[in-house]
Design a protein around this ligand. Structure first.
Ligand SMILES: Cc1cc2nc3c(=O)[nH]c(=O)nc-3n(C[C@H](O)[C@H](O)[C@H](O)COP(=O)(O)O)c2cc1C
Length: 199
C-alpha cells in the first residue's frame, strides 16, 4: 500500500489555492493507486519552531547521550522524518511568500534536514538519504514566473528542488498555478494548473 504524504503550508484553509492544487494532484494519485493511504501534515496548525539552542544541541549529540530535554526538543523533528521515510509520494503545497517559500515551510525543512539521518557527508560530497520517493510541488504565486521578466525572481522553485535533492528526493514534478494577483489570469489560474497535472 503506497503512502501519500501531503504537506500543507498555506494558512488559508478552504480559500487556499496551493491546498486545492495539492488536492487535485492527490486525487489523480489516488485514481492511479486506489489502495494508497493519505497522511496530511498541516504545518500551519502545528508549526515547527525556529531552531533554538536545544534543537541544535540535540541534533549534534549522539542519541545514546541524549537527555530528556534533547528527546523532548526533537520529538517532532523525528516524527516528521519518520513520516517522510514512510512516504512513497510527497505532495507539497507551497505558496510563494516574498519570492521564496513561507517561513512555515522553511522551519519544517530545518527540522527534517539532519546530518546522519536525512543526508550524510562523504568524501564525494553530501549524499541525500531519503531516496525512492516521487515528489509533487503544488506551487502558487500572485505573479507569473514560468516565463517572462519574472522567471529569475522565482527563488522558491529552485530552492525547493535543491533542498529536496539534498536530502535524496530528486524525483520532483513541478505543478504551478500562477497569476492569482493579476486580473487577466486569476480566474483561470487554478483550472489551467489542474488541467496540466501529469501523474
Ligand atoms: C505574505 C505574502 C507574500 C506574498 N509574496 C508573493 C510574492 O513574492 N510573489 C508572488 O507572486 N506572490 C506573492 N504572494 C501571493 C501568493 O503567492 C498567492 O496568493 C498564492 O496563491 C497563495 O497561496 P495560497 O492560496 O495557497 O495561500 C504573497 C502572498 C502573501 C500572503
Amino acid at each position: 500500500m503506497p503512502n501519500i504524504l501531503h504537506i500543507i503550508s498555506s494558512p488559508r484553509g478552504d480559500a487556499s489555492n496551493s491546498i486545492k492544487l495539492s488536492e487535485a494532484i492527490i486525487e489523480r494519485l489516488q485514481l492511479n493507486y486506489p489502495s494508497a493511504v493519505l497522511h496530511t501534515k498541516d504545518l500551519t496548525k502545528s508549526p515547527f519552531p525556529h531552531l533554538e539552542e536545544v534543537h541544535l544541541n540535540a541534533f549534534l549529540t549522539p542519541v545514546e547521550q541524549h537527555t530528556e530535554a534533547h528527546r523532548e526538543a526533537i520529538k517532532h523533528s523525528n516524527l516528521a522524518i519518520e513520516e517522510l521515510m514512510n512516504a512513497d509520494f510527497v505532495v507539497i503545497g507551497a505558496p510563494m511568500y516574498n519570492f521564496g517559500i513561507s517561513s512555515t515551510l522553511k522551519a519544517w525543512f530545518d527540522h527534517v534536514t539532519r546530518a546522519g539521518i536525512t543526508f550524510k557527508y562523504t568524501q564525494q560530497g553530501p549524499v541525500g538519504l531519503l531516496s525512492g520517493k516521487q515528489v509533487y510541488l503544488a506551487i502558487t504565486t500572485g505573479g507569473i514566473y514560468s516565463s517572462g521578466a519574472n522567471v529569475e525572481n522565482d527563488f522558491l522553485t529552485p530552492y525547493l528542488k535543491f533542498m529536496l535533492a539534498f536530502i535524496g528526493m530528486d524525483n520532483v514534478t513541478v505543478c504551478r498555478a500562477e497569476g492569482f494577483a493579476l486580473s487577466e489570469t486569476r480566474d483561470n489560474a487554478l483550472e489551467k494548473a489542474i488541467g496540466r497535472i501529469q501523474i
